[in-house]
Design a protein around this ligand. Structure first.
Ligand SMILES: Cc1ncc(COP(=O)(O)O)c(C=O)c1O
Length: 411
């Protein structure tokens, strides 16, 4: 297990108290807390380096551009991107997927075509495809999940028989914690002639990612879920695909020459980064990556899987608690979704908050999944490197208290 006392000392907000209690932050799938190193990197950037990038002729602007481009190289190395030019900075996963749908999708999906998604996809990896399919009169094929919350591989195979143009799926489900066999899914999708879009919002922060080994075509990530600033993130793609794609947003930076009635475009990745970019976000994200690499993604993955296993064991001992998603280590990340009898998940979250415990309650932007689980909402605890067994104990203890408070009577 990681030394959580030492790690927590790096996170100013985790030293704060909530309702006069130690803050137990278990909403890491929504966003993560920031270490001092990330906060310092952002402050230092504004103190020493701030200028607009790619256009200044003076030394300060050159330094700002270098900081921004160094962050791109850092992101590229972190996920083993094909080249730094294949890393487009975006506001996060949502914008990265919208970019692919609006650019690659519009150029390549035609009437009668199909796009494959899964029943465990976040709305971010579903709604952009719905918008595209509506516009193009193409269809969405949703792959079902198994009883234990894994992707139904037989259904995936049947979906591929329809020769979809695009196959999109999450590496890790934010609602079930399921870790999908991405390399296998990509191989199958490629054999069926599709390009693949991997939603990496919940994998990039929590396990080692190698996009070249996965061989996916597009990979989306969010900086704020991996200790970085909000509004930072990236689309990582095979450069040849980006080269061939039309621009996403028009404006400054993304052009080469502009005439009265048409323009030519900049080379990748700048073709997809119209306007002044979030330089502070990129610099902060690079500092977050440095911090994560200092600990090691394999250690982080191991730590979280142990916590999830402990949480599942403790929670399932409480009569009336149902935990969703796969049980086997290796198939699940540090996300534990549960319900407790007929107590509304929002009530559970409110009671836990009184003990300084932050969990999420709701549909987790996965309404199609909630329908399949036959629930309107779940409560969700999601772990990160600063959580420890004490947090699991706090969660389980507070849940028992919540059950008593709501007079939960086992059926
Ligand atoms: C699996 C998954 N995909 C996409 C997103 C969207 O990420 P963002 O809001 O950072 O764009 C989230 C955020 O919760 C997520 O968990």
């Amino acid at each position: 297990m990681l030394d959580t006392a030492r790690i927590r000392a790096d996170f100013p907000l985790l030293r704060e108290r909530e309702n006069d209690r130690r803050l137990v932050y278990l909403d890491n799938a929504a966003t993560t807390q920031k270490p001092q190193a990330v906060i310092d990197a952002i402050v230092d950037y504004y103190r020493t380096t701030n200028a607009n990038v790619h256009r200044g002729a003076y030394a300060l602007a050159v330094r700002a551009t270098e900081a921004y481009e160094a962050a791109r190289v850092r992101v590229a190395r972190f996920v083993n991107a094909w080249t730094p030019d294949g890393v487009v900075f975006t506001r996060g996963t949502t914008e990265a997927i919208n970019l692919v749908a609006a650019s690659y999708g519009r150029a390549n999906v035609k009437a009668g075509d199909s796009v494959v998604v899964t029943a465990m996809d976040h709305h971010s990896n579903l709604v952009p495809w719905q918008i595209l399919c509506e516009e193009k009169r193409a269809s969405i094929i949703m792959v079902e999940i198994t009883e234990d919350g894994r992707l139904d591989l037989a259904a995936f195979g049947r979906a591929l028989e329809r020769r979809p143009k695009i196959v999109a799926f999450p590496y890790v489900s934010n609602a079930l914690g399921t870790v999908n066999p991405v390399a296998q899914l990509v191989r199958l999708a490629h054999a069926a002639g599709a390009v693949t879009v991997v939603d990496g919002a919940q994998s990039t922060p929590h396990l080692p990612v190698d996009v070249q080994a996965l061989d996916c075509d597009f990979y989306a990530l969010s900086g704020h879920k991996m200790l970085g600033p909000m509004g930072s993130g990236a689309l990582v793609a095979k450069p040849a695909l980006l080269e061939a794609m039309p621009p996403y947003h028009g404006g400054g930076e993304m052009i080469s020459r502009v005439w009265d009635d048409h323009s030519t475009y900049n080379k990748i990745p700048h073709k997809f980064e119209a306007g002044t970019p979030n330089v502070e976000g990129a610099v902060g994200l690079a500092a977050a990556i440095a911090y994560l690499e200092g600990i090691g993604l394999d250690h982080i993955a191991d730590h979280e899987q142990t916590l999830a296993a402990e949480a599942i064991e403790k929670l399932t001992q409480i009569e009336g608690v149902t935990v969703y998603g796969p049980r086997a280590r290796g198939h699940r990340a540090g996300v534990v979704s549960f319900t407790y009898g007929d107590i509304h998940p929002h009530d559970i979250a409110t009671i836990l908050d009184q003990d300084g415990i932050c969990i999420r309650a709701g549909h987790h932007c996965t309404q199609p999944l909630m329908r399949r689980l036959n629930v309107a909402a779940t409560a969700r605890a999601s772990f990160y490197l600063y959580n420890g067994p004490d947090d699991v104990d706090a969660l389980a203890g507070a849940l028992v208290k919540a059950g008593a408070l709501f007079g939960y009577v086992p059926a």
